[in-house]
Design a protein around this ligand. Structure first.
Ligand code: UTP
Length: 311
C-alpha cells in the first residue's frame, strides 16, 4: 500500500457508536413501537449480537444513537430486578444467567438523534462523546457471524494506516442499488484495498463496482467536520457514504484516506424481512440446544411443502 503509516498510532480505538435510530419502515408494523434492533433472532435481540461483537473486539465503551423508541433497548441493557428476583426464587440459574448476560456487556451510553436525518447525521450525534480519537461505527441491524472476524481486522488496518476503514462485500451487480458502492484499487493484500470513490445506492449501470458497504466502519475523527459540511444526499438524508467519499479525497495528514476490508464471511441483514427469516432459521438450526429438534421439524416441513407452482 502506498500511503504512509499511521500518524495517530498513539490513539487506540476504544469507543463504538451503534446506530439504532432509524425508522425501520421495512419491518412495519413490528417496528411501530419497538426498534427493529430489538427484534429477536432466535432468543436474543439482534442488538445484543452486535454489542457482543463489539466487546469481543475489545470495544467496551458503547454509545447508542437512539430514536423515539429507545426504552425497550435501554431496559434490555439494564438490570431487571423483578425478573431476577422471580428467577432467583425459583432457583432457575440458567435463565438468570441469560437475563444477566446483556447487563454486563460494556459501558453503555445513550444519545438521542431527534430527527432521523440519516446515518451520517446519526454518527454526528456521537461527536461529543467520541472526541478526537478514531472510533468504530456499527449498524444495529447488521450481524456478523462471530466465527468470521471482521471488526478486529478492521481495527488493525486503522491502527496500521490511520484514516478510515470500511467493510465491503461482493454483491450481485443487480443488488448494488441497495447499498453504498465503492470504487477501489489494490492494496497490500487481496482483502485490504484502497477506496477511491463511493456512491450511495447507484443505479446498476452507473455503479463503479459490485463492492457494497456493510454496517461496520472504523472512522478517523476528521469525519465529524466533514459530516457537518455534508449536505443531505440521496433520499434527503445526510449520508455517511458521502462523507467517506470526501475523506477518500483528503490527504492523510488531515485524517483522509479510506481503506476497505473485503469481507467473505457470513453476514445477516436483520433489517430486511427475507434475510431476517433466513437468519433466524439458520442460527436456530446451528444451535446445540434447539438445533436437533428444530432441524428434524424443518426437514419434515420442507418435505411436505407443495411444489411452488401449485400453491
Ligand atoms: P436503514 O437504512 O436500514 O434505515 O438504516 P432504517 O430507517 O433503520 O430502516 P428502513 O429502511 O426504514 O426499514 C441503517 C442504520 O442506520 C440507522 C438505523 O437504525 C440502522 O442502524 N439510522 C438510519 C439512524 O440511526 N438514523 C437515521 O436517521 C437513519
Amino acid at each position: 500500500m502506498s500511503a504512509a503509516m499511521n500518524s495517530d498510532a498513539e490513539k487506540p480505538v476504544r469507543k463504538v457508536v451503534i446506530t439504532v435510530a432509524g425508522l425501520g419502515t421495512r419491518f412495519l408494523p413490528a417496528t411501530k413501537a419497538t426498534p427493529k434492533e430489538m427484534l429477536p433472532v432466535v432468543d436474543k435481540p439482534a442488538i445484543q449480537y452486535v454489542v457482543e461483537e463489539a466487546v469481543s473486539a475489545g470495544l467496551e465503551d458503547v454509545l447508542f444513537v437512539t430514536g423515539r423508541n429507545k426504552q425497550s433497548l435501554e431496559n434490555h441493557f439494564d438490570r431487571a430486578w423483578e425478573l431476577e428476583a422471580a428467577l432467583e426464587q425459583k432457583g432457575d440459574q440458567q435463565r438468570l444467567d441469560r437475563v444477566r448476560q446483556s447487563q454486563v456487556l460494556g459501558d453503555i451510553h445513550y444519545v438521542r438523534q431527534g430527527d432521523p436525518r440519516g446515518l451520517g447525521h446519526a454518527v454526528l450525534c456521537g461527536a461529543r462523546h467520541v472526541g478526537d480519537e478514531p472510533f468504530a461505527v456499527m449498524l444495529g441491524d447488521d450481524l456478523i457471524d462471530p466465527r468470521d472476524a471482521l471488526l478486529a481486522p478492521m481495527l488493525e488496518v486503522q491502527q496500521r494506516y490511520g484514516g478510515s476503514v470500511v467493510a465491503l462485500i461482493e454483491v450481485d451487480p443487480s443488488q448494488v442499488s441497495l447499498y453504498g458502492c465503492a470504487a477501489v484499487r489494490p492494496g497490500d493484500t487481496d482483502d485490504v484495498v484502497e477506496v477511491t470513490d463511493l456512491v450511495e445506492k447507484p443505479d446498476p449501470a452507473d455503479a463503479p463496482s459490485n463492492l457494497a458497504i456493510i454496517g461496520r466502519y472504523v472512522l478517523h475523527p476528521a469525519v465529524f467536520d466533514v459530516l457537518r459540511e455534508t449536505p443531505p444526499g440521496r433520499g434527503g438524508e445526510i449520508q455517511i457514504t458521502d462523507a467517506l467519499k470526501t475523506l477518500a479525497g483528503m490527504p492523510a495528514e488531515a485524517g483522509g484516506g479510506v481503506r476497505a476490508i473485503v469481507f467473505r464471511g457470513r453476514r445477516y441483514d436483520t433489517g430486511d424481512r427475507q434475510d431476517y427469516l433466513r437468519t433466524t432459521v439458520q442460527l436456530a438450526c446451528e444451535r446445540s440446544d434447539l438445533g436437533p429438534d428444530f432441524r428434524a421439524w424443518l426437514r419434515e416441513f420442507v418435505a411436505a411443502l407443495p411444489p411452488e407452482d401449485t400453491r
